[in-house]
Design a protein around this ligand. Sequence first.
Ligand code: SRM
Ligand code: SF4
Length: 554
Amino acid sequence: MTEKNNLSPVERIKTSSDGLRGTLKESLKDDITGALHEDDQSLIKFHGLYQQDDRDRREERTAKKLEWLYSYMIRLRLPGGFLTPEQWIGLHHIAGEHSTGTIKITTRQTVQLHGIIKSDIKPTIQSFNTLHLDSIAACGDVNRNVTCSAHPNESPLHAEVFSYAGKISQLALPKTRAYYDIWLDEEQIAEKSEEDPLYQDRYLPRKFKIGLVIPPNNDVDVLTNDVGLIAIIENNELKGFNIAAGGGLSATHGNPSTYPRLATILGFVSGEANVLKAVYEIMTIQRDNGNRSDRKLARLKYTIDRMGIPGFKAELEKRCGFKLEAPRAYAFTERKDHYGWGQSSSGNWHYTVFVENGRVLDDKKVPLKTGLLEIAKTGKINFRFTGNQNVILSDISPSNKEEIEILLNKFGINAHTDSAGVLRKNAIACVAFNTCPLALAEAQRYLPTLIDKIEPILSKYSLDKDEITLRMTGCPNGCGRSPAAEIGLIGTAYGQYNLHIGGDRVGERLNIKYRDSLGEDQILQELDSLFGSYSRDKNTDETFGDFVIRQKIV
Ligand code: SRM
Ligand code: SF4
């Protein structure tokens, strides 16, 4: 059967959805169930929400013959991950009123709230709207949150590069007014065209991700995106971008036709109009050529591998009407957040706060949520999220620095940031249990305690200052970018993880599976042995990932 005749069920849901409206309005009114009608569960993603249930309580609810405990997660669209202090204050209160209360910073520089019940979705979206925030296209088969190097310190031209995140996000927004109609009660105006030349009525075959980076710090892991734009700055001028395409990290256990892939650099493009045109046309190529029958093989990475790089590039140049130049020279030397204070060329100060696995809450370690609220109330900082799930309190004028420092001290935020170990500060874990329906194993709830046990091993070999990247995900979808870490722990079943090693430190080489389905004791034993060899036999300045490759351990 041809792919056209064998479209995946989601394709029908999209094309027959009346511009992503489906029966969402009816689903919301149905108070017999906490869930949505089946098709609407797919459509609501395009509005930035996911239907979930509390997986900790599934068994109990099933035993009592009760419906699972359904609730919703909302993800904001925040190109480049920026919030004003007023928006943070609003977010803080919305989280308290409608969700579990925890503000979750994601690996794509935005925030999620979990545990919103069906009747609270609309008030939540309406409250965000008053803050000029939306969740349009934060999920679904469209372009997702556009990421960008977070720290204003990365370059005097940071603001210029950052502005592209907003422009690309705008360029790739769906044209339907469904979001305004369903959630904000906007009247449907017949004359207002919803025609969408980019997405048409079928949208993309799969999710689509775009990131921008300013070398030498690859803090956003740019090559893991469908499209990665590497800023080329020469003589203090933004000359353009090297454009990379075809990144994506997911694989499915036991399905060899799926694989993680880093984006391939296609060439260099200069001038805003041409950069935006190239990004747009990469999306149209994927729209027209991506696999619409098997969602596991639908990402751009598979389209590119099917078409071949020369074929893909030729099609892109044809659609753009111009040629890509040869890629310009650049180098990544790190991929990390610089914690604590930093001053940029403008003279402004910025403080990067360590947020373990992106969870902003008050716990026994630190009253982070209260502290950030009090800091926001000064109105003297902005919030910038990083791709490593942290937050930068940014754009603080020199005269306001002391006031912010006093508050950081008062709430123990700087002590919390300073005292965390290097491994912990560079680590990422995805959400996983109890909300992610795809989780096979724990991640953010477990990694902190596993790190407690790994730290003494590192100390034993005097490696506690080594900037090793360790990332854990509850399944092989790679939301915590585990395939791009020096050490990746990838959930296979509850309490079990595949151990991957050999990724490089800067995000230009993926790791390789080393051991299957290990429990905690086995993970610690394997790491003890690997760290022992590394500390003994490594060359000066050799990273862990490079060492295990050179030694052919994988
Ligand atoms: Fe992800 C699905 C959480 C970044 C690859 N991801 C999910 C869902 C929505 C589960 C679902 O489909 O029902 C997870 C919700 C869990 C929850 O309860 O909150 C989820 N992904 C996350 C976040 C929150 C992880 C985090 O702890 O920060 C990240 C949100 C990013 C954002 O703000 O937009 C997140 N997800 C990623 C990344 C990393 C990145 O983009 O930098 C990846 C790997 C890169 C890539 O896309 O290849 C990623 N998520 C996936 C996939 C695999 C896609 C594929 O190609 O097959 C899925 C599953 C799917 O789409 O079917 C998925
Ligand atoms: Fe869920 Fe898997 Fe993504 Fe973790 S990696 S959030 S378990 S889909």
